[in-house]
Design a binder for this molecule. Structure first.
Ligand code: AMP
Length: 216
């Protein structure tokens, strides 16, 4: 299964991709997580990406495409993968199609998780995440057992710098301008499925599994 998750920031892509990755035993590939890791490690990619990521703007297509091309060559992606937060522009979507053509494969499904922007601002404002393992929490609906500490690895939870209100607004604007056109792009390929993202986590996951087809 080769799957892409599309949706506004805060729609639940990361949470849902993680669950699906465990269920299907294929990797979750999040360009946001990879970029944050590169920034934490101080690599040259991390240094180039920092100003974009922290201000909520998109990292240039060539950098992100290079990152994905390298990641998809990893043997763990041979059986399939879930892309979370990539592609975000039509240029990236075309680049991804090109990479897959070279390996004689294609995307099976693109899941668009739909969410009201008002719900989203609340979710992001109360989001806390673990910089060590990437686990995501919410101050009300998914609280860690001990305040400020990751249940999974004991890391110190942080608020992402790009989850501040004016940066959230910028990310929503960028989504509408750059990423929303991908809905039509994948609809034309007949692989787009829309799933409502406002239910609880398990309900959204089962809607996603149904959208992937029988036995998933
Ligand atoms: P995310 O964790 O998916 O919300 O991504 C956080 C930030 O990383 C975004 O606001 C962008 O600055 C950057 N980023 C992640 N994925 C991409 C992508 N596919 N294209 C460009 N920038 C990206």
């Amino acid at each position: 299964m080769r799957v892409v998750f599309l949706g506004l920031p805060g729609a639940g892509k990361g949470t849902q991709a993680r669950l699906l990755s465990e269920a299907l035993e294929i990797p979750q590939i999040s360009t946001g997580d990879m970029l944050r890791q590169a920034m934490a490690d101080g690599t040259s990619l991390g240094k180039q990406a920092r100003e974009y990521v922290e201000s909520g703007r998109l990292v240039p297509d060539d950098l992100v495409l290079g990152l994905i091309a390298e990641r998809l060559r990893n043997p763990d992606a041979a059986r399939g993968f879930i892309l979370d937060g990539f592609p975000r522009t039509e240029e990236q979507a075309k680049g991804l199609d090109g990479l897959l053509v070279k390996t004689g494969t294609r995307l099976d499904r693109v899941i668009l998780i739909e969410l009201d922007p008002v719900v989203l601002a609340d979710r992001l404002g109360k989001r806390r995440s673990c910089p060590v393992c990437g686990a995501v929490y919410h101050l009300e609906s998914r609280r860690p057992e001990h305040t400020g500490v990751c249940d999974e690895c004991g890391g110190q939870l942080v608020e992402r710098p790009d989850d501040q209100p004016e940066r959230i607004r910028r990310r929503v604007e960028i989504f509408k301008a750059e990423t929303a056109p991908l809905e039509a792009y994948y609809d034309r390929q007949h692989i787009l499925a829309r799933v409502a993202g406002d239910g609880d986590i398990a309900d959204v996951q089962s809607a996603i599994r149904s959208a992937l087809g029988p036995g998933k």
